[in-house]
Design a protein around this ligand. Sequence first.
Ligand code: MTE
Length: 300
Amino acid sequence: MAYRWKNDLTQADVTPKSMFLNRRQLMGGAAGLGLAAAAGGARAQGALEPNTLEEIRTYNNFYEFGTGKEDPARNAGGMVIDPWSITVDGLVDNPGEYSLASLLDGLTEEERIYRFRCVEAWSMVVPWNGFELADILAKVGVKPEAKYVAFETTVQPDVMIGVQRRVIPFPYVEGLRLDEAMHPLTMLATGIYGEPMAKQNGAPIRLVVPWKYGFKSIKSIVRISLMEEEPPASWNIINPREYGFYSNVNPTVDHPRWSQASERKIGGGLFATRQDTLMFNGYEAEVASLYEGMDLNEFY
Ligand code: MTE
C-alpha cells in the first residue's frame, strides 16, 4: 500500500466526534422508542420520501476529505474525475483498464430510490441513478472460480486532506461476496436526482448496496477485482470487532458502542422522533435468502 497506516493512532483518531454525539442522542432518545416503533411499521409499507439534494450533498462521510460531516462538501472540489478509468482485474475474462464510458456503454441507466443507513445510526433516502453491478460484471466476464468482488477508491494525495493526514489507511477498500454483488439491488451509481454525482458523494461512480451499512458503499471507484478469497475491507481492518465484513443492516445486532435498533433520519430536525431500523434496511424479502443458515451474530 502506498500510504502507510500510521501506527500510533488511538481510538479517537478513527472515531469521528459525531459518533459520540449520536450515541448521546440515542441514549437521550430512548424514551421515544415506543412511538418510533409504531411509526416504523407504517414507514415499512409507505412510499419513501427522498431527502433533498442539499441534504444529500452536505452531510457526508468521505474520509479522504476529512472526518467531519461537512468536510467532503468543503474539500472535495479539487478531486480530478475526468478522465476516469477503472482497472478490472483478477478472475475475469476481459481484464483491462476501462474508461468509464466504455465500461458503461450499452448498459441501461435506472433510477432507484433506496433507503441508506449509516452504521453511525443516521439514515437518508436517496434517489440514485446508475447501473446494476451484475450487468457490468457480465460485460467483463466473471470466471467460475471467482467468489468475491473487491473495490478500491482513488487516492489523490495532493487534494485529499484526509490522505495527507492519514486519518485511516488509504486507499479505501471494500468487498462483497459474488452473490451479493450480482444481486439486482446492488448498483454502481453515477448520479443523484438525475444530476451527475457530486464529488463529495463519490463521483464519478460509487457502489450502492442498500441493505448494508453505508460504509460498504465505497466511493470514487478506480479498481474492481474478482477474487477467490474474501477481500480486505477498510473498516473491518481498522476495527474488526466493531465492523464486520458483511455489515448487513440488522436492528438486533448492536454495534459494541451503540444500539442499531433505531436511526435518526437526516433532515427530520433536531427533535424528530427516531425511527425503527428495519431488518436488512427494509430489503429483507429481497436479500434474506443470501444469508440462509448463517448466524448473523457471528457474521455481522
Ligand atoms: N468511500 C470512501 N472512499 N471513503 C469513505 O470515507 N465512507 C463510507 C461510504 N463510502 C467512505 C466511502 C461511509 S461511512 C458512508 S456512511 C457513505 O460512504 C456515505 O455516503 P454519502 O456521503 O454519499 O452519504
